[in-house]
Write a protein that binds this ligand. Structure first.
Ligand code: SF4
Length: 214
């Protein structure tokens, strides 16, 4: 059984997969409380759905790319079984995780998109640092949500300390919606010379920042 907020098909809005058709399985609940969280509606409610019914809904969308997200998807033990079964059926599986729960038990066929929580999120002390050492350079991506310049400076420190340019397939620099001047951040990113990618959340430009399930 899984506690599910929504299952829908849309366009992938983030990561190197941005722009691709994608089915999203958004699980309910998160142990974190990032101050700029844009998915607080996942904290409560949700529907308890048997795993096989979740699989059936995903199959009906007929989309090869599937993202398991939340909330914090890995906070539910059954999520690991869902991921395994999606991989068994040859879906290309992305896991968007907030970085608090260990990724050690995630099926190795899935691709991890791992958040590192920066200071302005209020959740930086809860990063599970061992997750960074498990990143695989051929498939996993790491994301820093930047709400202020202090976050960008923090990201640069972590990138260097954990050698993320070598360790990750991509380093995503993602401005928190409405929190930081985009041109300012773009200038800092371009001047850094780092092998990082400034990413905007495509779905919010298409449907608006407050719409979900599309
Ligand atoms: S980890 Fe994600 S879902 Fe949880 S509070 Fe932070 S941004 Fe929101």
């Amino acid at each position: 059984m899984l506690r599910v907020t929504e299952i829908f098909r849309s366009i992938q809005g983030e990561s190197t997969h941005a722009g691709r058709p994608c089915t999203f399985v958004r699980l309910t609940g998160c142990p974190m409380r990032c101050v700029w969280c844009d998915s607080e509606y996942t904290f409560t409610g949700g529907e308890h759905i048997p795993l096989e019914d979740v699989m059936n809904q995903v199959r009906q969308f007929r989309c090869n790319l599937v993202e398991v997200t939340g909330g914090e998807p890995l906070a539910q033990k059954s999520a690991f079984e869902l991921i395994r079964r999606l991989c068994d059926e040859d879906f290309e599986v992305l896991i968007e995780t907030g970085g608090y729960v260990s990724t050690a038990e995630v099926d190795p066929r899935a691709k991890i998109i791992l958040d590192v929580k920066c200071p302005a999120s209020g959740e930086e002390p809860r990063n599970e640092w061992s997750n960074l050492r498990r990143l695989r350079s051929d498939k996993d991506e790491v994301k820093f949500v930047i709400a202020e310049l202090e976050d960008w400076n923090y990201a640069k420190t972590i990138i260097s300390e954990y050698q993320l340019e070598q360790r990750a397939k991509a380093i995503l620099i993602s401005p928190a919606w409405g929190q930081i001047d985009l041109k300012d951040l773009a200038e800092h990113v371009s001047a850094s010379g780092l092998n990082v990618r400034l990413q905007l959340q495509l779905h919010k430009y298409i449907w608006g920042p407050d719409v979900h399930g599309v």
